[in-house]
Design a protein around this ligand. Sequence first.
Ligand SMILES: Nc1nc2c(ncn2[C@@H]2O[C@H](COP(=O)(O)OP(=O)(O)OP(=O)(O)O)[C@@H](O)[C@H]2O)c(=O)[nH]1
Ligand SMILES: [Mg+2]
Length: 314
Amino acid sequence: MHSTFTITMLAPSGEGKTTYLSSLVDAVQKDFLTHIPLEFNLDAEAEQALTQEKQKLVTTLSKGTIGYRDGIQSTADVGEYTLDIAHPSDDPFLTLRFVDLPGEWLQEDPDRVSAYVDRSTAIFIPVDTASLMNDIRGNHDQQAILDILIQAFDALTEPRLVIFIPTKAETYVGTREGTQQVMDKIAEVYAPLMHFLTQQSLVRVAIIPIETLGSSQLMYFTRGGSNQLLQPVFSVTERHRFNPRNTEYPLVYLLSFIFELYYLRRSYGVMGFFRNLFRGVHYLKNYSRQLGQPFATLPEFKVINEGFMQIQKR
Ligand SMILES: Nc1nc2c(ncn2[C@@H]2O[C@H](COP(=O)(O)OP(=O)(O)OP(=O)(O)O)[C@@H](O)[C@H]2O)c(=O)[nH]1
Ligand SMILES: [Mg+2]
């Protein structure tokens, strides 16, 4: 049985949706996946498009400062990137479809965003940490996100995953206190959204800060973009040293969740009973546990809500 799961990037313009996705190219080659005897393949077109975006980021490190939009340009239309998962020399049994939307749609065409989110198993919400920590953002975007999620999570029958991904976090997440400050600030600023999410028994919620660039520090804010909002400008601390940190972890957590979900789906019903008896997909539960391990132990990540509760008790 082949299953496809959709993951939608949900955030206003400039928070780092496309930048995060460009890190998938490297993430799928990391050790955490080579320890698992499955094959992970980005489709060729996705790999090419995302590698190009990544290259633009790398190029920004050749100068002393990085202004807003020096790296990746604003997304004009939907981008879709698929990651196939297969047993060696077999057809894929799982496909993850990542959807990158133009952030402007959140205000201009929320129904179109909703249509994607409603069909998504996981929602990734990148948050520009530099702006967050300096109280730059208003909260009308949060309301738009909340409205979309209230609609999407109404009468859920299957678990969902929401990951907050603080991006542009280089200045803050190098230390334990800095990370804690980011977590606290998200809890404060996103209180209405968090309040809603933690009440959903089928929604798993985590915060996983990343640095997609590294080698940079926040300098100041200047107006930029089509709507002339204040945007962070970074200084390059080590030229030409592309040094991302933790960018693989949203994917690790996603896979842990998806494997568990896939396992549960396959374990239902009469056929599921027999599959279980013969341990048909039991290995996926083990992979899920293995991949979920860092989130129970590492202080850089925070799980807000476990979700899944009702289903696991069945
Ligand atoms: N220093 C630093 N800059 C980042 C990071 N992530 C994103 N940026 C910068 O932020 C800018 C905006 O990021 P995008 O990924 O284009 O944002 P988006 O959410 O896709 O925006 P739209 O496509 O307009 O909706 C890019 O030009 C990046 O250079 C990060 O982790 N660190
Ligand atoms: Mg984009």
